[in-house]
Design a protein around this ligand. Sequence first.
Ligand code: P1T
Length: 386
Amino acid sequence: MTDSDYRFATRAIHAGQRPDPTTGAIMPPIYQTSTYVQPALGEPLEGYEYARVTNPTRHALEANVAALEGGRHGIAFASGLAAIEAIVKKLSAGDHVVTEENTYGGTTRMFRTILARLGIDFAFVDTRDLDALRAAIRPETRLIHLETPTNPMMRVTDLEAAAAIGREAGIPTCVDNTFASPYNQRPLELGIDLVVHSTTKYLNGHSDVIGGLVVTSSDEWGEHLYYMQKAAGAVPGPMDAWLTLRGTKTLAVRMEAHNRNGLAIAEWLSAHPKVEEVYYPGLPSHPQHALARKQMKGFTGMISLELGGMARARAMVEATRLFALAESLGGVESLIGHPAIMTHASVDPERRAAMGISDGLVRLSVGIEDVDDLRDDLEQALAAAP
Ligand code: P1T
């Protein structure tokens, strides 16, 4: 049997990991080393020369997440942004990228303020509209970068259709799968070429690591990304790789709980008189609910809600007791945030407004606590809002 013969929850626990050959330790050791002693000049053991290039703990994580996404190569980076940067740096000055306009604010900021300055051109598109996606492609387009569901508006892009558009035009497609996690959505199975994660979120799941990872079945992309680890060096340390690997073991059970709590809270919020709008692809009222059901197995704990103004939003985020006011998402504990002031502060105000990231928008990362406690907390916080 190989890792890919097993079902998801089994792969989450076992893929990429074997008992340590010297002691039988069931957990992969944390190889906390910067270098490896060579028995003879030019003959490193098992190819281990220097830990920027190769580390056994990191390899276990890379193989594990590659198996979860169903890809051949997993390449880990020091953060989600470092992983996205490593992908785009396959391109050169003069090349063009079509990207979803509503990505995480930090992704947009990197594209606009760093990579654009180096001569890579970006078209920011609402990729729910496949005609708009097609129309944005130019002769020099070398990458289509998607994020679905998007952060924080929960827009959904049709991955199978977007992959087909890329394939017809000979342009590789990449999906930031951070919000869905591979438990709920596997873009490679829908024809997408590259999947990228901020492993900081659902994959690690315990809010104690910053990390990123790319999965692809393309040998050409795999080679580029391994080269980026080696030649540019934004790699995670072995302790962080090990913590993330411990997180992925429980991904299936955690995501079931996030999906269940997320749906229950989204349904409850939609009936609340102080909530004007709930953005959650799992609700039948979401304009792309049918598409979300087609390409996702569950809808996670990510919910955005419109409260109609800054005063009410501020009062709510400052009144919750269990939901902690903090950046980030995807951990077992519930978080609450205000995208316009926090995660998307670097996106210019007109663009934010055009996408619906208003001053009244609040984002929840629903954790896996008892859902009744979470509902009670939101109830008292909304009662405190004017
Ligand atoms: O923080 P880092 O590991 O570098 O990941 C960046 C990133 C990439 N992609 C998506 C979809 C993300 O949501 C993020 C980080 N997001 C937050 C910190 C946040 O609170 O939305």
